[in-house]
Design a protein around this ligand. Structure first.
Ligand code: ADE
Length: 234
């Protein structure tokens, strides 16, 4: 079972200077499950498509300052090579998401939105980030996984793919677990209730009696209550 608005599969392209970083990611169980169920995850190496000599992809920022900025002509070449269209038109056909620390903050609602798409393109910046014209003219969305700066968008792309793919049916072993988890609609956007497993008592720390009662309605209402409490605490 899953949210009624979600799709069965999604095709994700990740534009990155470090496609090899994703090798490990592909080996993760739920990623493999999602791919086996029809989703697709491909990396496009931006450097492979640069029109500049010596594999150049970035440049110093106009106006001075530290660090390097990913060039707009290089990103355009990579997008054109992949899709065969002017990247300005691409965002009318699919969500093109620029990963940037100042972007729209990722939350469960944003993840569900992305998981409902047929196809997604994630653009990873490096060093100081993107030339702003990439964001302005090629991207449909910006996305931040938090208000801190990573040295590149790749870990953020993995976070997005992980969160999106686990919303798809067949990705998780127990299909129910993505429905009723933290911040989901089923929990009214609240954090998840606490879980316990065996032993029922450990060092004198007892599992709440209600969970051992076998009384499903009482368990359900206890869980809703804890979930609401956690929302208030945080
Ligand atoms: N690139 C660098 N930092 C980032 C962040 N916090 N979120 C998304 N992309 C990023």
């Amino acid at each position: 079972m899953r949210g009624t608005r979600g799709r069965a599969s999604v095709e994700i392209d990740i534009f990155t200077l470090f496609p090899e970083w994703f090798q490990w990611f592909y080996t993760q169980r739920h990623v493999r499950n999602a791919l086996a169920a029809g989703s697709r995850l491909e990396c496009v190496g931006i450097r492979e498509h640069t029109p500049l000599s010596g594999g150049q992809v970035d440049d110093t920022p106009f106006g001075g300052g530290a660090g390097m900025v990913l060039r707009v002509d290089v990103m355009e070449a990579a997008l054109r090579a992949r899709y065969g269209v002017d990247p300005m038109e691409l965002r009318d056909r699919r969500r093109v998401v620029a990963l940037t620390p100042g972007g729209r903050l990722l939350d469960d609602g944003y993840v569900s939105e992305l998981a409902a798409e047929d196809s997604l393109t994630l653009l990873c910046g490096r060093y100081e980030g993107f030339d702003e014209r990439i964001v302005e003219h090629f991207a449909s969305d910006t996305l931040s996984i938090g208000r801190y700066v990573l040295s590149g968008g790749e870990p953020a792309a993995m976070v997005v793919c992980d969160a999106v793919l686990r919303k798809l049916p067949g990705s998780l072993g127990d299909a129910h677990s993505a429905v009723e988890e933290s911040f989901s609609e089923a929990l009214e956007g609240n954090p998840e209730y606490p879980h316990y497993t065996r032993p029922a008592e450990y060092r004198g720390w007892r599992v709440p009696d209600v969970l051992l009662s076998g009384h499903h309605e009482r368990i359900e209402s206890w869980r809703r209550e804890r979930s609401r409490e956690r929302a208030q605490d945080r």
